[in-house]
Design a protein around this ligand. Structure first.
Ligand code: IMP
Ligand code: MG
Length: 187
């Protein structure tokens, strides 16, 4: 066997887990489902894709090139900080400029892990009274997910390992990699 290429980010070592071609094929399949599900509705009112920065930028670009119905695209960010009270983490939705009332919204996220940040986003968006909200995520960790909202569109499911690449970062590095890397943890 060829020795696997390893890369170092900060103090950890990573190896390729999912090559770019496999990610592309998974996004092809996801786009085909969206094209089937939204074509008729989009002819009446184009849905809004809402990418979550920073991690989703590459997924948004790749997915949207495959979407065949009229749509709008915009981006939001969740700033999370520790609250001073007992409630712990607080998330604030920033950057929502569009009026989403009565519109079909599709959130585009890089990864849904425990689901905590997505739950905050869903709660913030529901206050703006959209007609519908669905979630399309590049990665989903079924073993880590602890919430009960539906995550309808999942390109790839993985275990509880930590990954980087294709927009995902380890302490802000690795977002530019075209393949997905996994931490090796002393292998
Ligand atoms: P949550 O646990 O679903 O709220 O995930 C919160 C955030 O953690 C995600 O939006 C990612 O930014 C980050 N995250 C979770 N798992 C990974 C991973 O495997 N690699 C890189 N970032 C991750
Ligand atoms: Mg993120």
């Amino acid at each position: 066997m060829m020795p696997q290429k390893r890369i170092k980010i900060h103090d950890r070592e990573f190896r390729v887990m999912i090559p770019a071609a496999e990610i592309g094929a998974a996004i092809d399949r996801l786009a085909a489902r969206l094209n089937a599900d939204y074509a008729a509705r989009a002819a009446l009112s184009p849905p809004l894709f809402l990418g979550v920065l920073n991690g989703a930028f590459m997924f948004v670009a790749e997915l949207l090139r495959r979407v065949e119905f009229h749509c709008e695209v915009s981006f939001v960010k969740l700033s999370s900080y520790r609250g001073t009270g007992s409630s712990g983490k607080v998330s604030e939705l920033i950057g929502l400029k569009n009026n989403i009332e009565g519109r079909d919204v599709i959130i585009l996220e890089d990864i849904v892990d425990t689901g905590e940040s997505m739950e905050h986003l869903l709660r913030s968006l529901s206050g703006h009274r959209p007609a519908s909200v669905e979630i399309a995520t590049l990665f989903f960790k079924p073993g880590a997910f602890t919430r009960d909202f539906p995550v309808k569109y999942r390109a790839l499911e993985i275990g509880n390992e930590f990954i980087v690449g294709f927009g995902l970062d380890f302490d802000e590095l690795g977002r530019n990699f075209k393949d997905i890397y996994v931490v090796t943890d002393g292998e």
